[in-house]
Design a protein around this ligand. Structure first.
Ligand SMILES: Cc1cc2nc3c(=O)[nH]c(=O)nc-3n(C[C@H](O)[C@H](O)[C@H](O)COP(=O)(O)OP(=O)(O)OC[C@H]3O[C@@H](n4cnc5c(N)ncnc54)[C@H](O)[C@@H]3O)c2cc1C
Length: 500
């Protein structure tokens, strides 16, 4: 069986590793960080635990795509706690709250209570999101069928364009994009497909991972190790070594060479390009990949609550100060933050009290210029003061919606896009990697295959971000190594489809 070297041990690297190890390949995953998991990592401070990049997931009912993929990978016992199906997300616009409910009927009923004349449009919107997602690669687990006219149209038109063609009430249009931070959408640019995938992902049920998202890493690592695969932490890939026709292996920063029949890079494609010197990559392609636009980054405040001081909130809260929902990433320091996302972490199913939470808002790299060349923990007092000011501003906003919040706080910790850049290697500390753009679709789409025949790309920037997007990307990438259709057959077999 062949040797496969995978760069990055986030969800993309671990899921590729599991698929290939399950098929007898010799898998070695190189991870630059101290901990494996990438965005699945958690951290603890003074007895409180915090998630950094996976706070709630969907598509986890038996038979749904994420459930099927995890079952196939041997991870079907993830401890989950369901968010309120009558309103797993609450969107608050200029003080008025709207619940986003699970299932077609409840979703429509709940919003139609505020927008009675939009009932039929809400049904059309819901069905459009569903039918698009069902016909797409995320559900069929096949590359997108570009001959399907409706699918192609939704890839080519922006979220706001399609929503305004279905929903005639501008307020409701805003409510329906109130969960924008889940995909860092940009008006006139983000494809409707991106919105539809994410909305559909949570549409039947939304869940927190009990105890934190690192439970997923642990289960994946356990399974990988039982299949003979290994993850080497503190081992940054420094070069993808090629001969005249193909990649021969990966050299780590310490100079160790890992020979490979196949290399899969799951890190940001621009970072992958920086690892390749070979002439096999054409200058025009390299140039395009180096200039890929990225989604904006985020500033996060991690809150440790005093014991039994904050009731557990079984939903996520998206706050907008004014009627302006789009373009909150563009604001002056005085206007910041225009919007935020606030979530509690689930320490035990059915918890009465929250012990930690996260408030998150957009932050670009422009404000962080003075500290671009610094590293975690060594950015200086002025950076600490900058974060302190930002923390106060963000907590002021959250407190307006949740009076008494500050009294319940024991301590706070923060991260900026620089933190994400340093912990996960993501360019500019971007939230979700490459930003797809309908006005420039060909330039912002990156294929799994490269001009180097045995180098494949996976991870959130290639297919789509999030639990499902990344795992589907891994299936597509691994399908180029295993025979075509084999992974799909195995997923069906693991889920007992052929017994039905
Ligand atoms: C704040 C935030 C909240 C999110 N919330 C959710 C959510 O609630 N639900 C959801 O489904 N998704 C969520 N996501 C998205 C989801 O977490 C990501 O899409 C997904 O985890 C990305 O996985 P990945 O493997 O592509 O990348 P990553 O997780 O970034 O992994 C890449 C790995 O590669 C390593 N690496 C980088 N360079 C090198 C190198 N040269 N050599 C070796 N290793 C290297 C990094 O250290 C990292 O471990 C969130 C993301 C963020 C940032």
């Amino acid at each position: 069986m062949s040797k496969v070297v995978i760069i990055g041990s986030g969800l993309g690297g671990l899921s590729c590793g599991l698929i290939l190890a399950r098929n007898g390949h010799e898998v070695t995953i190189l991870e630059q960080g101290v901990q494996p998991g990438g965005c699945l990592q958690c951290f603890s401070r003074r007895g409180a635990k915090f998630e950094t990049g996976m706070h709630f997931i969907g598509s986890m009912r038996p038979g749904e795509p994420a459930y099927r993929l995890l079952k196939y990978m041997g991870v079907d016992d993830l401890p989950l706690s369901q968010l309120d199906p009558d309103g797993f997300d609450v969107v608050s616009i200029a003080g008025k709250r709207y619940k986003i409910a699970n299932g077609r009927e409840k979703f429509v009923e709940t919003l139609a209570a505020d927008f009675p004349d939009q009932r039929e449009n809400l049904e059309r919107y819901y069905d459009t999101v569903r039918s698009f997602s069902e016909a797409s690669n995320l559900h069929s687990l096949k590359p997108i069928d570009s001959s399907n006219g409706e699918i192609s149209e939704f890839l080519l038109r922006s979220v706001d364009d399609i929503i305004s063609s279905i929903i005639t009430d501008p307020k409701l249009q805003n409510v329906l994009v109130g969960e924008l931070p889940l995909y860092a959408g940009a008006k006139g640019k983000t494809p409707f497909s991106t919105h539809a995938f994410i909305m559909d992902f949570y549409s039947q049920g939304a869940y927190r991972i009990v105890g934190g998202s690192d439970a997923l890493t642990e289960k994946m690592l356990e399974r990988l190790s039982s299949l003979g695969g290994k993850v080497l932490t503190r081992t940054p890939a420094a070069e993808i070594v090629c001969d005249d026709t193909r990649a021969t292996g990966v050299r780590s920063a310490s100079g160790e060479f890992f020979p490979a029949d196949h290399v899969i890079s799951t890190i940001h494609p621009t970072a992958t390009m920086a690892l390749i010197k070979s002439h096999l990559i054409r200058p025009a392609f390299r140039h395009r990949i180096e200039r890929l636009p990225n989604s904006v980054g985020s500033f996060a405040v991690y809150i440790k609550f005093k014991p039994e001081a904050m009731p557990y909130m079984n939903y996520n809260f998206f706050g907008y100060r004014t009627e302006q929902v789009w373009d909150c990433q563009f604001c002056t320091p005085e206007e910041w933050p225009k919007s935020y996302l606030y979530m509690h972490m689930c320490h035990e199913d059915g918890a009465k009290w929250a012990s930690s939470a996260m408030a998150l808002t957009y932050m670009g790299m422009d404000e962080l210029q003075p500290w671009l060349d610094t590293k975690v923990g060594r950015r200086g007092k002025d950076y600490e003061e900058f974060k302190r000011r930002k923390t106060e501003r963000l907590l002021d906003e959250v407190e307006k919606d949740f009076p008494g919040l500050r009294q319940a706080i024991d301590s706070v910790y923060t991260s900026t896009p620089l933190t994400y850049r340093d912990y996960t290697g993501i360019i500019d500390g971007s939230l979700y990697g490459v930003a797809k753009d309908v006005t420039n679709l060909n330039e912002t789409r990156v294929s799994h295959r490269t001009r180097i025949p045995n180098l494949l790309l996976a991870g959130q920037s290639i297919n789509s971000h999030g639990l499902l997007g990344v795992m589907v990307g891994s299936v597509v990438a691994c399908s180029f190594i295993l025979s075509s259709g084999e992974v799909i057959r195995q997923i069906e077999e693991a889920n007992g489809d052929n017994k039905k």
